[in-house]
Design a protein. Sequence first.
Length: 273
Amino acid sequence: MSSPDLVQLTQVIAHLAQRHIRHSAAASTLLLFDLIAHLDEEVQLVWRSGNTLPKYLYFISRYYGILGQFLITSNVFPMFCFSYILISLMFLLPLLLSVELSLMLRVDALYAKNKNIRLIMMCGIVAELTIALAFEIVSLPNIRKRETPFPPFTPARGCISRQPALIRLTWIPVLAFDTLLFALNTIKCISYGPLDGTPIIYRLFRDGSAYYVIIFVCILICTLAQFFASLYSSIAITYVRPPFSPVPMCDTQLRPDAPSPFAGGSPQCSPTR
């Protein structure tokens, strides 16, 4: 490779690294701002509540995701290398699982702990995890084989890698299971009749619908963007992932004037009862 080619390669890699760090930092700032903006409500409704499973699931989905985002932003792991992808999955999947378990508790309370509904949800989440993990286990060895480290003269640590198509489809079973939870939540809420006369049921329907729309858009963008090697796809993936962390902050959980699912409230919205 000639000297002009080396200079051009260095400039391209440096530009990509700076762009990734800036976008990750912006996403981390967004999460930190959201945390500070709702901290007073969180302390009142969550921290001071009893020790229940929904409370711990909230902490996982709230702070585990923020920790992962800041860890990725710090560039401790070389960007786009095998270790970077692995640590991203280690943070993202448990985070998503904690959110889904919280939603399962809500649906379980709506259906008054119906055994058939529990069986449907358990089969759904087991199928989701099995398929997603199978995709990743098959794909991860191929990622390591396909990665090429940045040249030593570049100003950043990282790799150029081609992800197998299979791992790009990992989000499909996640979307399918979230669609199931959304359908169960919607069917039960609508069965109560006009939602205007049932504020708690209306909030459950509204929050469940908002969560599904957010997850659907995020998963769709993340899945499609991975098939396009462009500036806009990289930006999309970097900015779309953070919304997974603050998703559980629905109005039913963090509003002083709303019944808290952690302490008190309506039996229909409290999964702790």
